[in-house]
Design a binder for this molecule. Sequence first.
Ligand SMILES: Cc1ncc(COP(=O)(O)O)c(C=O)c1O
Length: 401
Amino acid sequence: MAFLADSLKRIKPSATMAVTDKARALKAAGRDVIGLGAGEPDFDTPDNIKQAAIKAIQAGKVSKYTAVDGMPELKAAIIAKFKRENGLEYKPSQVIVGVGGKHVLYNTFMATVNPGDEVIIPAPYWVSYPEMVLLAGGTPVAVTTTIESGFKMTAEQLERAITPKTKWLILNSPSNPSGAAYTRDEVKALTDVLVKHPHVWLLTDDMYEHLVYDDFKFYTPVQVEPSLYERTLTLNGVSKAYCMTGWRIGYAGAAEHLIKAIAMIQSQSTTNASAVSQWAAVEALNGPQDFIPKHNAIFKERRDLCVSMLNQAKGLKCPKPEGAFYVFPSCEGAMGRTAPSGKKLATDEDFVTELLETEGVAVVHGSAFGLGPAFRVSYATATTSLKEACERIQRFCGNLR
Ligand SMILES: Cc1ncc(COP(=O)(O)O)c(C=O)c1O
């Protein structure tokens, strides 16, 4: 009899982690590798946030369990954030704090998905959505977007994807991996469809909310369509905008009965998120926000650099996204060509493998995110390394026969 659970057969390991591991192994073997695979800012956590955590430790405020769903001070900071930045009103009983947004998502699917339930996921998507849905016993339904639509799902596509079995629609704007962000009108077109289908719940992953450029204005769906309030889970966290991926704090606001169910799962697994990290998150949300536009100015410069340099690479086409710290160029023009090693590139996975081996640049193939042939570049890395990496990509593409 097999020892491991059958549920493991439904899922696969994270491709983004696999690329990072491979790049690390090559580096350890002495190769000059530039990693553009990581989904986290290269900046350090701001000092005021670190100091708040240190103070909390010294004041003896972190020795004990906190409430499973988050300590009251952090819930208050989250409620104030939702009100201030999104115009959303939540009570403490409508807020959950987890060990990163990923944990909140996982618990949400565990708490709501039954076998046969469908979850609509626009592709390209963050690698973990379909895997979590599968683990929970549900069926991910990918809706493939196009480079022409800026990797955004249209209202018609959403309408076509909805069935009586649809439980959730996941929207992630700005998106990992494409960086695409929906304008207010584009959000409205989708929420108009949802209004017609009251059995479909909306999970909006606003993790990259603050990382938008060129005066783009972010709107969370419930702000645009308040009637969806009762059936929307609004997910956010401190990982990306506050450079706190290692601290592991994510949160969500939703209807009280859903939050209760999520908290029940959490109470039987992790209990509360780390108390130190919760105090740090209080400072992140309540403290000065002035480093965000400073970081964004740097990210915007890097995005523009990548878009310009990658569009000059033979066979690549790189749209300019509105946000996050990713670009998602198509490498369709490189398919069928031959790498210096003699390998004929049949897939985007071949492209990224050869790129890593020939030029030492680590990126993640687009098909891992449900859309290829393409690849994801994370520009959350020092600008000089990024420039060098783009030069290497240009050389790699130029050397394909
Ligand atoms: C789209 C998206 N959602 C959620 C997360 C989860 O972030 P965390 O668990 O660090 O809060 C990530 C992290 O990569 C992400 O890219």
